[in-house]
Design a protein around this ligand. Structure first.
Ligand SMILES: [Zn+2]
Length: 488
């Protein structure tokens, strides 16, 4: 029997009404097209069903249900087989589908922003330019600021679970000239308000200024702190430009969209979500204060899982035993001295090299981000044991002729070989995407892509180097080498 005939029978049957056909019909149709309309028996072979259900990395759950339904229709209703003779559907849903998710890393734990990058990266204006809505930008930045300073996740900022208790309302905020106070929802803590200062307070205040006078459409949004304060028109162009079909107008989807967008620009392995931000806040606060913030953190938030996990990661990164924070005598005297001694030698080696190399603070910062590894080949050069070396290349040369600037987006960390190749213009970055490496002689084997990219590069500087250094050399080479050959 032809699959298309069975499909016709299926969609006019009563059987389909047992499930929500609306969602499944298109999937069954796709399934048949996927195998270009073979016989039903071929279609229902185990490997074919598996190939379709697990294809393309989208959620296999919906496809499973659709095909499962179609499969059962064939055996139960069309062939009218008794229950015991119906072959078992070739996928054991729960187990296999969960395994696929796991293997694709979709159920990964918290995502952390590397300590060298810093959390302020989330607020960089260039990420928000494409939104075309100032109010949406303010809302997102305020939500990030709350997650980063008061540890609130989406459930508290604006619930996705329809629970209305514990959402932040306008009454939960007190805005003062140089700080913001937000009510503390943590039950483990006795601190009634969380005080927010600095950059994060500025983002909350900027939003507050607009929010307090904003008209909101829905009744339930009237008191909510994070609410939709833009018109649907404002995001129209943005929605039209997005690849996904589903339009974003509400705060929650747009907040999570922006986190995905920023995560992909930061080249994080998995996307951050708003719940991850509070773990990041704890971890970065520990780094910044060399662990001293732990006491305050516990006082304000208690010691829930996300504090515990972030603290453990901190200890792992700085190579310290978690318990040493809680017991004063956990390290033996001898061990500590040895460690101190080793640290001293290491420090003096590093400062000797520092004096030889004489980097500016920006260059030092950037080299640290890459641990002195070359962004092209990923290698680092070891000078003395434990001391590595790298060079910083100014993409648009930092000299009188080319007038490049001395800012980090105009820099690349490179090994001396690749530094030379970039300086001469043998190599360049593709101005269209910043990660593809171009070579004047395309026939030569070389690294096709930057192997490391952890900081933002300047569009203008990359284009400058490409147009003014790389292309002229390439043109010159093609004239001097290829044309004389053709003349012969
Ligand atoms: Zn290199």
């Amino acid at each position: 029997m032809k699959a298309s005939e069975l499909y016709e029978l299926y969609i006019i049957s009563e059987y389909k009404k047992k499930t929500s056909l609306g969602a499944y019909q298109a999937k069954v149709d796709k399934f048949i097209k996927f195998f270009s309309n073979p016989n039903v028996e071929d279609l229902f072979k185990g490997e074919n069903i598996r190939a379709f259900v697990f294809d393309e990395g989208q959620d296999p759950g919906g496809k499973y249900n659709a095909i499962h339904n179609f499969y059962k229709f064939y055996y139960e209703k069309y062939l009218e087989l008794p229950q015991i003779e119906i072959p078992i559907f070739p996928i054991n849903k729960k187990k296999e589908i969960i395994d696929v998710y796991k293997s694709e890393g979709q159920k990964a734990g918290t995502v952390y922003i590397p300590r060298e990058v810093g959390l302020e990266v989330l607020f960089e204006d260039h990420f928000y330019q494409h939104l075309n809505s100032r109010n949406a930008e303010l809302t997102i930045k305020a939500a990030f600021a709350l997650a980063l300073s008061a540890g609130y996740d989406s459930g508290e900022i604006d619930p996705t679970n329809n629970k209305s208790e514990g959402i932040m309302t306008l009454d939960d905020f007190i805005i003062e000239e140089d700080y913001v106070k937000v009510r503390n929802f943590y039950t483990q803590s006795h601190v009634p308000w969380i005080i927010i200062q600095g950059e994060n307070a500025v983002h909350i205040k900027n939003y507050w200024e607009v929010r307090k006078n904003a008209q909101v459409e829905r009744e339930k949004d009237k008191k909510r702190f994070i609410a939709k304060i833009w018109s649907s028109k404002e995001l129209k162009e943005f929605n039209a430009n997005r690849e996904q079909k589903k339009k974003i107008y509400d705060p929650n989807p747009i907040i999570s969209y922006m986190l995905k967008y920023i995560s992909s620009h930061l080249e994080l392995s998995t996307s951050l979500n708003i719940t991850h931000l509070r773990s990041n806040m704890i971890l970065h606060a520990l780094f910044k204060t060399k662990g001293a913030a732990l006491k305050d953190i516990i006082e304000i938030f208690g010691f829930p899982t996300y504090v515990k996990n972030s603290f453990e990661i901190y200890c792992e990164e700085i190579n310290t035993d978690v318990n040493s924070y809680f017991t004063p005598y956990s390290l033996e005297a001898g061990t500590t001295e040895e460690m101190e001694e080793e640290k001293k030698t290491q420090k003096s080696k590093e400062s000797l090299i520092d004096r030889l190399v004489r980097d500016s603070s920006k260059v030092k910062k950037l080299k640290k981000i890459y641990h002195n590894c070359c962004q092209v080949c990923g290698e680092s050069i070891t000078l003395l044991s434990g001391v590595t070396y790298s060079e910083v290349h100014h993409i648009q040369p930092f000299n009188k002729d080319h007038q490049g600037n001395d800012n980090i987006p105009n820099m690349l960390v490179l090994c001396p070989n690749h530094h030379q190749l970039f300086d001469m213009g043998i190599l360049a970055l593709d101005p269209e995407n910043h990660t593809t490496i171009l070579h004047v002689d395309e026939a030569l084997p070389y690294h096709q892509k930057l192997s490391l990219l952890k900081h933002r590069l300047s569009f203008t500087c990359v284009r400058y180097h490409y147009e003014n250094i790389f292309l002229p050399l390439k043109t010159k080479l093609s004239k001097e080498i290829i044309i004389p050959l053709n003349d012969k």
